[in-house]
Ligand binder design. Structure first.
Ligand code: HEC
Length: 221
């Protein structure tokens, strides 16, 4: 009986010592049941690694990558030829439907980004023109424009007008272009509404002269 107990105690103690001495050493963390989960094979985004020549885990997009929602515009460079090509060939993409929602969106964006120069009606008589802060803004009626040429001009700018590519996405440019074409239609007189609008333009031009003399008065006072 005593002998039996002694053996049991001996086995327990030696067994325990064995477990203790092997389970935790400084070199090894001991048993790992799922090492793949502790040290996954995936590359950490911001950790250097030895897989790539430049050791960067976060890879750059391949050359020529186009961001989602953006279209390639390399066929229409920022030159006179590019402008003419865009004017002649670029048409409104079919996913931009001419409906009240698109037109409202275009009008809203136009009010934010274009109206202060070009005027609410597109007659070139925006607030900056009235106050003589910016000159040489044409009425859309005097320009042969197409949706394609408007897209091009918004993207690259033209002479005194700067590029608006960083402010409006390609889709928004088309929406604005649709609104600009509508304004032009009203200015050159497509129907009774248009005639009224072009008469307004003459009035607005007269107003503008009055406004500019007013501005002078203001500066003096
Ligand atoms: C800071 C003033 C300014 C703003 C803002 C501006 N434009 Fe212009 N825009 C001009 C001037 C100046 C011209 C005349 C450029 C030229 O042909 O010399 C012009 C010309 C144009 C033309 C005629 C180009 C052609 O093909 O002859 C269009 C179309 C046009 N702008 C659309 C827009 C739209 C759309 C916006 C808003 C996204 C806008 N502009 C914002 C000043 C402005």
């Amino acid at each position: 009986m005593l002998r039996k107990n002694f053996f049991a105690a001996f086995t327990l103690i030696t067994g325990g010592l064995l477990v203790l001495s092997t389970s935790c050493s400084k070199q090894s963390p001991g048993w790992e049941y799922m090492p793949d989960m502790y040290r996954g094979p995936a590359i950490e985004a911001y950790q250097p690694n030895s897989w790539f020549a430049d050791s960067m885990g976060a890879r750059k997009p391949v050359e020529g990558t186009i961001a989602r929602g953006f279209m390639s515009y390399e066929y229409y460079p920022n030159t006179n030829e590019g402008y003419e090509l865009a004017k002649a060939n670029m048409t409104m993409p079919s996913n931009i439907k001419r409906d009240s929602i698109t037109l409202a969106e275009g009008a809203k964006l136009y009010g934010i980004f274009c109206g202060h120069c070009h005027g609410e009606k597109g007659d070139g008589n925006g607030i900056l023109m009235q106050r003589e802060k910016f000159l040489g803004i044409p009425s859309y009626a005097t320009r042969e424009i197409t949706p394609g040429s408007i897209f091009h001009v918004i993207t690259y700018g033209k002479n005194l007008m700067g590029s608006h590519a960083s402010q409006v996405t390609p889709e928004e440019r088309w929406e604005i272009a649709m609104h600009v074409m509508k304004l032009r239609q009203q200015l050159v007189g497509g129907g009774s509404e248009g005639t009224a609008a072009s008469q307004d333009t003459t009035a607005a031009a007269a107003d503008s002269t009055a406004a500019s003399s007013n501005t002078n008065d203001n500066t003096q006072s």
